[in-house]
Design a protein around this ligand. Structure first.
Ligand code: UDP
Ligand code: MN
Length: 255
């Protein structure tokens, strides 16, 4: 029996939100062992997300949550390296939902699946190979100023002995959110493991992983970290100048 893979997606309203979520929903339609924990950065659960899940036939295999990123969240004035982290509040709410609702006796997986990346269905077959109590890792394309950011393996042992990251390589785990997944056993074993506002840019991954694993305990996947099965794509901001002109006349193109 395949482990359930809880895919945690923070998401927020913008013109292309529905397009992003529709694209992601097709992964879930193809893979019955996934459960989508979709967390809206919003004061309410929206009909857009509810209807999308329903139309994709995912109502039973998804959980719709919401928590708004506090607008009052302030950066520290004297530290120019601090920027607003994205998805912290939402991912932490999902972690607490998983700790409450997942079966602690079963071997399951948690993956942090941002809504704008591009995922191969093959990636999820790789995640299913994660051993109980371990963190699986693999390469991520188009991130950190490189074509591929990836773990580097020892030639003899095939264990992770480093990373090829060029951006902030001094991070404890210089990998992207899309480059790892976690055995749920670790979430129950280390209840304090979470994301935090109190870390520098690029340190969210290290912030949770430092509680859960060491570099050498990481489980390399995707053909010993040679295959790229996920890409950190980003969607450009939609230009709506003509729509705004319409709105001024009291009209909308999508009514
Ligand atoms: N996100 C969010 N609220 C925000 C900004 C982002 O919930 O105010 C979500 C977004 O939908 C995505 C994740 O957080 O699933 C990461 O955001 P983004 O893709 O903008 O980050 P980047 O790719 O630049 O690291
Ligand atoms: Mn992104």
């Amino acid at each position: 029996e395949l482990p359930t893979i809880y895919c945690v997606t923070p998401t927020y309203a913008r013109p292309h939100q529905k397009a992003e979520l529709t694209r992601l929903s097709h992964i879930f339609m193809l893979l019955p062992n996934l459960h989508w924990v979709i967390v809206e950065d919003s004061e309410t659960k929206t009909n857009l997300v509810r209807n999308l899940l329903e139309r994709a036939g995912l109502t039973q295999r998804s959980t719709q949550l919401n928590v708004k990123t506090p607008t009052a969240f302030k950066l520290k004035h004297n530290d120019p390296n601090w920027i607003k982290p994205r998805g912290v509040e939402q991912r932490n709410l999902a972690l607490s939902w998983i700790r409450t609702n997942a079966d602690a006796e079963k071997h399951n997986i948690v993956f942090f699946m941002d809504d704008d990346n591009s995922y191969s269905v093959e990636l999820f077959a790789e995640m299913s190979k994660i051993e109980p109590g371990r963190v699986g890792v693999w390469p991520v394309g188009l991130v950190g100023g490189l074509m591929v950011e990836k773990p580097l393996l020892n030639q003899e042992t095939n264990l992770v002995e480093g990373f090829n990251a060029a951006w902030r390589p001094e991070r404890p785990f210089p990998i992207d959110m899309a480059g790892f997944a976690i055995s749920t056993e670790l979430l129950f074993k280390y209840p304090e493991a979470a994301f935090s506002y109190e870390v520098q840019r690029g340190y969210q991954e290290s912030e949770i992983l430092r509680h859960l694993t060491t570099r050498s305990q990481l489980q390399p996947l995707a053909n010993n970290c040679r295959d790229v099965l996920v890409w950190h794509t980003r969607t450009e901001k939609t230009k709506l100048t003509n729509e705004e002109a319409l709105n001024k006349q009291g009209k909308k193109s999508d009514e």
